[in-house]
Design a protein around this ligand. Structure first.
Ligand code: MG
Length: 160
């Protein structure tokens, strides 16, 4: 058996007048994440972890933020495309572990739905995906509510 590991990290700024979308779930909050796409920071970290695992560069290479095609893009759809790239490279996802760092709002009530969305987009079982939320105790840019960060690690297994 041949396994490979991948890691992804992303940050987006919180601003007024934008929807807050994490793991494809729109979360009620007074601010949302700024970005060219829907700025789904969690899904972006997942995509970079998957691309990293198959040595396929990064999200900015495949979905450039200078390309109008990705303006307001649904990141879950882009994530589904990355899932196809993993399979095309001869791998399947073993598991994915994600940590999203936000001082506010409380994300716990939404985590299960995020898992459902990501599992559907990637064509895997929900049990292969875990999403955790934490704060940084009021410290730094996440603590000040200026932005949200996300880390993701994944393991993929060679199938051909
Ligand atoms: Mg991003």
């Amino acid at each position: 058996m041949s396994f490979r590991i991948g890691h992804g990290y992303d940050v987006h700024r919180l601003v007024e007048g934008r929807a807050l979308i994490l793991g494809g779930v729109q979360i009620p909050y007074e601010k949302g994440l700024l970005g060219h796409s829907d700025a789904d920071v969690l899904t972006h970290a997942v995509m970079d972890a998957l691309l990293g695992a198959i040595a396929a560069r990064d999200i900015g290479y495949h979905f450039p933020d200078t390309d109008p095609a990705y303006s307001g893009a649904d990141s879950l759809r882009l994530c589904a495309r990355v899932g196809e790239m993993v399979r095309e490279a001869g791998y399947v996802l073993s598991n994915l572990d994600v940590t999203v760092i936000a001082q506010r709002p409380k994300l716990a009530p939404h985590l299960l739905q995020m898992v459902e969305h990501l599992a559907r987009a990637l064509g895997v079982e929900q049990g292969q995906i875990n999403i955790k939320a934490t704060t940084e105790e009021g410290l730094g840019f996440t603590g000040a509510g200026e932005g949200i960060a996300a880390h993701a690690v994944c393991l993929v297994e060679r199938i051909k």
